[in-house]
Design a protein around this ligand. Structure first.
Ligand SMILES: *[C@@H]1O[C@H](CO)[C@@H](O)[C@H](O)[C@H]1NC(C)=O
Ligand SMILES: *[C@@H]1O[C@H](CO)[C@@H](O)[C@H](O)[C@H]1NC(C)=O
Ligand SMILES: *[C@@H]1O[C@H](CO)[C@@H](O)[C@H](O)[C@H]1NC(C)=O
Ligand SMILES: *[C@@H]1O[C@H](CO)[C@@H](O)[C@H](O)[C@H]1NC(C)=O
Ligand SMILES: *[C@@H]1O[C@H](CO)[C@@H](O)[C@H](O)[C@H]1NC(C)=O
Ligand SMILES: *[C@@H]1O[C@H](CO)[C@@H](O)[C@H](O)[C@H]1NC(C)=O
Ligand SMILES: *[C@@H]1O[C@H](CO)[C@@H](O)[C@H](O)[C@H]1NC(C)=O
Ligand SMILES: *[C@@H]1O[C@H](CO)[C@@H](O)[C@H](O)[C@H]1NC(C)=O
Length: 387
């Protein structure tokens, strides 16, 4: 909440009232109407007059909810913050803030013109489904080169999470370029479910507009953890609901919607060899077999079913966290075996050489004893040579 207020103040700081605003039907636009008279006690009421209705702000320094409107008379900064959620084309057009000193004299008026964004209002609301512990990416469309923001609707105002200037908070991160921006959420939890908005702060004018409303649904998924050793075969199973599509698959990756399919029951020609699945439709049970495990098989796998309907996303039934252990151990073992073998061979060679030397020496000694009796320096023994 605090960061929200802070950002807004930064955006609005020292502002003149903007004259032109742009937003989307079913989105929202936040703007301010400033007033010039420093004696705030003069303003008894503020009216916001819009094409379809007139609203009155009577409270100070607190939010007032007037249906589709939110008003906040900020006496410190001497302005009225206004949030409008246009629901009909008629909501666009001329907007006026009228600051009344009393009931008779003419009010001080700030006037604004509200227009629709041309290019960016196509997908104003969509649902996004994901699963607990998954990674997921929300795609926000916005053509242009301006400040983007992403916030979570708390049912009243939208609490800021990310913007072009704050691209990550640890679990949420934002990437953007001229064609749009993506919000990536890692390790999704059920608390992340809710309504989010993708929005922009245009370069012209001190206001901001939320363009897309995203209803994030988070489904629980069971997670299986398995450790296996290199070379082994792993078998596990996932059961699925009655209405699941027939197109069962296994894919690998953190994000279940962009993960790489490794095996698909409707595509028997898919090059796998390593993975196989069997669908027991009576029991609604898929049995998965992963053969001849290698270290690179470590990772996240999803068991799911796809639909031919483009609009419906794949359904997922469980997640496997596979660790192919023993890979390092195997490497260490192999090294140890190699070193041990080398040592044994060396010892054998040494033994052979020693015994040969000893034999030779003994024979030489015998001949010296016989032929050269005056030998002074007797040959060293092989054992000394070895030391
Ligand atoms: C405040 O003053 C500025 C310039 O002095 C003027 O443009 C603006 O319209 C005034 N605002 C109101 C609400 O009278
Ligand atoms: C502000 O306006 C009120 C009522 O009009 C008046 O009583 C008060 O003296 C004014 N204060 C200042 C600082 O001008
Ligand atoms: C989003 O889901 C809600 C129910 O959770 C549904 O009422 C609504 O029609 C869905 N919207 C879209 C655009 O699919
Ligand atoms: C990032 O923001 C979201 C939404 O406000 C919040 O749930 C999450 O805990 C934040 N992540 C971190 C690491 O603070
Ligand atoms: C957003 O994600 C989509 C799909 O993964 C990708 O095609 C697009 O390039 C991404 N855009 C940005 C700005 O990262
Ligand atoms: C936006 O970035 C994505 C990848 O991050 C890239 O595929 C896409 O072409 C980029 N679009 C533009 C207009 O630069
Ligand atoms: C998912 O699990 C959490 C706790 O593990 C629980 O609070 C929540 O109600 C579950 N949601 C659904 C839709 O089953
Ligand atoms: C699924 O099949 C496996 C064997 O293939 C079995 O062990 C498991 O109990 C079955 N699960 C269910 C829910 O039927």
């Amino acid at each position: 909440m605090k960061s929200f207020l802070l950002l807004v103040f930064l955006l609005m700081e020292g502002s003149e009232a903007p004259s032109k605003l742009k937003g989307c039907l079913n989105g929202w636009i936040e703007f301010i109407c400033g007033y010039n008279n420093t004696n705030i006690t003069k303003y008894h009421t503020i009216d916001v007059v819009t094409p379809r209705e007139s609203l009155r702000s009577t409270q100070r320094d607190e939010w007032e909810n007037k249906g589709r409107w939110f008003l906040y008379h900020d006496t410190t900064n001497q302005h009225l913050r206004v949030i409008i959620k246009p629901q009909q084309q008629e909501d666009f057009g001329k907007q006026q803030c009228q600051f009344h000193t009393d009931s008779v004299s003419t009010p001080e008026i700030t006037e604004l013109e509200l227009d629709t964004e041309d290019d960016n209002c196509q997908h104003t609301t969509f649902n996004h489904t994901t699963y607990t512990t998954a990674q997921t990416t929300i795609l926000c469309t916005d053509k242009g080169n301006r400040v983007r923001f992403f916030c979570k609707d708390n049912g009243f105002i939208c609490e800021d999470i990310l913007s072009t200037t704050v691209k990550s908070n640890g679990s949420f991160s934002l990437t953007d370029n001229n064609s749009g921006f993506n919000i990536s959420i890692s390790d999704v939890s059920s608390q992340d479910a809710g309504v989010y908005w993708c929005g922009v702060k245009p370069n012209q004018g001190n206001y901001r507009a939320a363009l897309q409303r995203i209803q994030l649904e988070v489904q629980n998924i069971s997670v299986i953890k398995r450790s296996s050793a290199v070379g082994q075969t792993l078998t596990y199973w996932c059961s699925y609901p009655e209405d699941a599509p027939v197109n069962k698959f296994i894919c690998k990756g953190e994000d279940p919607y962009v993960c790489e399919q490794l095996v698909n029951i409707l595509k028997p020609n898919m090059k796998t060899g390593k993975l196989s699945i069997e669908d027991d439709r009576e029991e609604r049970n898929i049995t998965v077999t992963v053969r001849n495990l290698i270290a690179e098989d470590t990772g996240t796998y999803w068991c799911g079913a796809g639909t031919s309907d483009e609009k419906r996303r794949n359904q997922l039934f469980n997640k496997l966290l596979l660790t192919v252990a023993g890979s390092q151990l195997a490497a260490v073992t192999a090294t140890v075996v190699r070193v041990a073998a080398l040592v044994v061979v060396n010892i054998l060679i040494l033994f052979y050489t020693c015994s040969k030397i000893r034999r030779n020496r003994r024979e030489k000694q015998k001949s010296w004893d016989r032929g050269y009796a005056e030998v002074q320096d007797p040959p060293r023994r092989p054992s000394q040579e070895l030391q």
